[in-house]
Design a protein around this ligand. Sequence first.
Ligand code: ARG
Length: 418
Amino acid sequence: MTESKITLNVQSEVGKLEAVLLHYPGPEVENMTPRNAERALYSDILNLSIAQKEYDQLHGVLSKTSRVYEVSDLLTKVLENDILKEQLIQKIGEMEQVPGYIDYLMKLSPRNLSKILIEGLPININTLTDYLREEYYALKPLYNFYFTRDASVVIGNNAMVCKMANSVRMRESLIMNAIFKSRLFFDSNLFNIYDISDNNPSVKVEGGDILVIRDDILLIGNGSRTSSQGIDLIVEEFCKTGSGKKHVIVQQLPESPESFIHLDMVFTMLDTNTAMVYKPLIMNSSPYQTVYMQIEDGKVVKISSSGGILNSLRKLGVDLEPVVCGGKADEWDQEREQWHSGANFLAIAPGKVISYARNIHTLEELSKNGFEIVTAQDVINEKYNLDTLSKCVITIEGSELPRGGGGPRCMTMPLRRS
Ligand SMILES: NC(=[NH2+])NCCC[C@H](N)C(=O)O
């Protein structure tokens, strides 16, 4: 990471990625047992050493192609400032109801504190009540922090801090808020959904549900992680900035299975004119509505049901060719590959995307659509010059990482795209 500040700017899902925020998965992802894996929002427990090797491939490709920021480095820098440190610790003490640990945390060095805030802090057991509670942690590990996509989002020049649906991910948002608010690294406006939600428990917003399609179009998933009340707040904030027309397209999502948690698990952009779709939900008729909202000079002037994401976008001049996750032939392949984040792509430039190597039917479909398949290792070793390829999928190994419940889009938070 270099030192100069950058201005946040994201106006699309596919513009050339210039800066991205990552978190290298550490011991926090293993700090669980089958008894509490579900509470950690995991369907299985990862083998960390393999997950890290897989993550190295993602990290390697992104470091070659854009500027990479690591959350724990930024957090450590923030904690070097005593005032910011105290503000963050107080907030955590209050939100996670651990006032008794504040003095201890304040005495830790910035690096050590950053580690504990991410990897968790075991509870001091000196009362019978604590003993019988069978709780191992005072501060739970941030099991899901390697999915940096979810706790904050950059929309235009704004950083938005999310209000997570599950308390086990709440600290991620507090940390992201401290990082943006410090203004040490990024120039941007900041709005925090927690702060503007007025403690309304119905307000929930997570970044995996938010796609910036164009500077005037947001596509938002509405399901277990992002509520209608949350979307109404985003609409209000999004309306306030700038003048003229804006468009919000909302796609309802099923509550289960858990692979439908975010919109980016069923729909992601691959190029200016191509999207990856999970066909049963995006192209077939289903009980899940697509709703179009038009906003003019700060006011919602129209809300109507619209026949699907592709149709809504086409009306706004964004004509997308869908590529079917799992291939067109077999619904089981579609279901299985969607489960392993087969629709979750990150574009690092128009038509240049990253995905897991395991989803072979999806890759075959992409190949039929003119995408060259190259491995992350070959890109890292400079066997390919990405500038000379027009459309490509860079594949990373993914046996362990997808067990956490997400893919390349979930694991990356774009800070700047051109
Ligand atoms: N943008 C995404 N789809 N993120 C996936 C997050 C998965 C994570 N286990 C959770 O349940 O929160």
